[in-house]
Ligand binder design. Sequence first.
Ligand code: NAG
Length: 369
Amino acid sequence: MAGRGVLLTVLVVFVLAGLVASLPLRDVIQQVTDGVRVDGSVEQFAHALLGAEKQFESFIKEFGKVYHTVEEYEHRFKVFKSNLLRALKHQALDPTASHGVTMFSDLTEEEFATQYLGLKRPSALSTAPTAEPLPTGDLPPSFDWREKGAVGPVKNQGSCGSCWAFSTTGAVEGAHFLATGKLLSLSEQQLVDCDHQCDPEEAQACDAGCGGGLMTNAYKYVEEAGGLELESDYPYKGRDGKCQFNPNKVAAKVSNFTNIPIDEDQVAAYLIKSGPLAIGINAEFMQTYVAGVSCPIFCNKRNLDHGVLLVGYAEHGFAPARLAYKPYWIIKNSWGPMWGDKGYYKICRGHGECGLNTMVSAVAANVDV
Ligand SMILES: *[C@@H]1O[C@H](CO)[C@@H](O)[C@H](O)[C@H]1NC(C)=O
């Protein structure tokens, strides 16, 4: 019964959120101040909007935003307000996480997608060979590659759709660590500038720097080019440039890679066996994510638009008591340490949430560098 109650509340809030979001802001405020509807949810929305200017000012301060003209300020404030409503909608749909103001709160959904995502989604699910299933009988209840030293600090892709390059370097850094015990920081800019590999099954899905790419394409490129340089030798610029790869500076090599079965226990078993795994995910709830375990009620599993790195999982995520504790995955993102949970995203495990289990790959390092 309690479960149904929660669901009903959530649905009501969602419907209201949709309604409110589709109304001009002035009307919303008017309706509420006029006392036409006194309802918890509408009050909540109205409150969010009435405090919006203050929130916008502290957002500008916190994230060092600069708007050069009054028009730009006004435009960004409008976008900010609609993102406040969107965060409330996400909160209603995803009650075990916190959604609110993030560094992306002055960007429209479209701007956000072109500037901060960048996974080239193949139109059909890959038919490429998938790894053999592993035994999953005695998976540990939790596992975290960060504790074992296989994961470097969170990086920042900036406003460039190069998530796929960060997902790739993260996986290769992990594989190299597993093979050698040494954690390197590898070059994303090399991938952005030099990797134009296309998906063997889909000629249009080619790696294109800030215009997007795919991790499995990138592994293939690294294999063929001979390896990746260090971050310090080929530093990140966050924009497309001319390839300056120097084969004499290769620091890590790839020997082989494979797709992983969609079963989430298989994903866990391969995570433990092969190191951090590159995955694709639908990032819809990430623009407003602040903390907690994200477990959206609706998140399109096919709409993969972001490449990230799976580094671990844990048994119990904090959630309001009525919704119980949730096992979750730990995902390293590439939006800097200021975003989310110190740069990480926690998303619930066992439901194929946001398609996170549908584009998983593992890579192995070639150690005779
Ligand atoms: C790479 O190849 C080795 C040897 O064939 C195999 O054992 C391993 O599972 C492969 N790793 C990946 C990530 O494909």
